[in-house]
Design a protein around this ligand. Structure first.
Ligand SMILES: Nc1ncnc2c1ncn2[C@@H]1O[C@H](COP(=O)(O)OP(=O)(O)O)[C@@H](O)[C@H]1O
Ligand SMILES: CC(=O)OP(=O)(O)O
Ligand SMILES: [Mg+2]
Length: 402
């Protein structure tokens, strides 16, 4: 079975085409700047050179049409016809309390995803565009939705309620949901596999640090706390998001600067984090470069990012009453040798001992970076959210045919 995995953002669409007979990726790619003056399409057929095109793509239906054209292109394509794609899996960030697991797309699922637009205004409408665009271009092909929030539905009330009037939860479902669950789930299982130990016996802290960043306390395979909240803004300092702050700052700044709700949301989501503190970039590579060149603002941005990450690790060690394994994953977690070093140097009180040589190894495989004497196993585990989406899609679609 060939499965197309789609991760639609408001102005971008990432895709991967899987052949599930051996879980190989036939092609992947990215459409950026949808709806802007010139969109960029990058198509990567496995084992062949990348193809980059600049074109006018005004909305997601055209973006998917473009992706399907590239996948079936005579020169750069990987399949003869769109009919070979038997199912489509979508990443959806917010499943609210409706979805504890992945689901087949039907009228009811779509209605629930729509009801959650308010809770994830940046993410869920984009996913719906991806679903609609797939329906338009590939009518009748089964679609599956895989939610970032699903893995965290095991969190207890103690962790997911905010200490605000209960009526806000009852009326509007204001609570913590957490995101990146597909990744936290995948890397915690992969960590247990790597160590050859039963997941049920392990207390794991998974650090997914990419553009968006979150930590999860995984107890015996279940998420018991996670750093993102009702939206992906809570928790760690991120590329462009502030993470935790005193909520009283919001009305204060709105009042002083006469900002609208949208403006203050945009400030906290798009103009804060590493970008705001460094004044240079939201990209950890550029921050590290700036720091190495002696730029004080880049150093401060890096130090704040690391400090907050380390505080969260400490608080999750407390939440779990101990920690057996710390996992680093996603763009920054998998690649930033210097960030991992700095964090681990400050976790000696937990018995963490980093092996600097192992930490410097670059590889796409799960690996240990702690020394043999370390009381806590510290691992780097590359995440693969798309593979999880493809697997869930495969399982759900196969069960339809059974
Ligand atoms: N070699 C590297 N060193 C440090 N940071 C890196 C490196 N490579 C990638 N990154 C960081 O990873 C981030 C992207 O992470 P990723 O998980 O791909 O994000 P997303 O999936 O949210 O787009 C980039 O913003 C960049 O800061
Ligand atoms: C939920 C979230 O933050 O997603 P991303 O990391 O893809 O921005
Ligand atoms: Mg990501």
């Amino acid at each position: 079975m060939k499965i197309l995995v789609i991760n639609a953002g408001s102005s971008s669409l990432k895709y991967q085409l899987y052949d599930m007979t051996d879980e190989s990726v036939l092609a992947k790619g990215l459409v950026e700047r949808i709806g802007m003056d010139s969109s960029i399409v990058t198509h990567k057929p496995t084992g062949r050179p990348d193809v980059t095109e600049v074109s006018e793509i005004l909305e997601h239906t055209t973006a998917i049409r473009k992706v399907l054209a590239l996948l079936t292109d005579k020169e750069n394509g990987v399949i003869e016809s769109v009919d070979e794609i038997q199912a489509v899996g979508h990443r959806v960030v917010h499943g609210g309390e409706f979805f504890k697991e992945s689901a087949l797309v039907d009228a009811e699922a779509k209605s629930k995803i729509r009801q959650l637009f308010d809770l994830a205004p940046l993410h869920n409408p984009a996913s719906m565009l991806g679903i609609k665009a797939t329906e338009a271009n590939m009518p009748g092909v089964p679609q599956v939705v895989v939610f970032d929030t699903a893995f965290h539905q095991t969190m207890p009330e103690t962790a997911y309620l905010y200490a605000i009037p209960r009526v806000l939860y009852n009326k509007y479902k204001v609570r913590r949901y957490g995101m990146h669950g597909t990744s936290h789930d995948f890397v915690s299982k992969a960590a247990a596999d790597f160590l050859g130990r039963p997941l049920e016996d392990l207390k794991i802290i998974t650090c997914h640090i990419g553009n968006g960043a979150s930590l999860t306390a995984v107890d015996g395979g279940k998420s018991v706390d996670t750093s993102m909240g009702m939206t992906p803004l809570e928790g760690l300092m991120m590329g462009t998001r502030s993470g935790d702050l005193d909520p009283a700052i919001v009305p204060y700044v709105m009042n002083k600067e006469e900002l609208t709700v949208n403006e203050v949301n945009s400030m906290l989501n798009k103009h804060s984090g590493l970008l705001a503190i460094s004044g240079i970039s939201s990209d950890m590579r550029e921050i590290t470069e700036g720091m190495e060149k002696g730029d004080a603002h880049s150093k401060l941005a890096f130090d704040m990012y690391e400090y907050r990450l380390r505080k969260y690790i400490g608080s999750y060690a407390a939440a779990l009453n101990g920690v057996d394994v710390i996992v680093f994953t996603a763009g920054v977690g998998e690649n930033s040798v210097v960030l991992r070093k700095k964090v681990c140097e400050n976790l000696t009180y937990l018995g963490v001992e980093l092996d600097e040589e192992l930490n410097a190894v670059r590889s796409g495989e799960p690996r240990r970076i702690s020394s043999r004497n370390s009381k806590v196993e510290v691992l780097v585990v590359p995440t693969n959210e798309e593979l999880v989406i493809a697997r869930d899609t495969n399982r759900i679609v196969q069960s339809l045919n059974a």
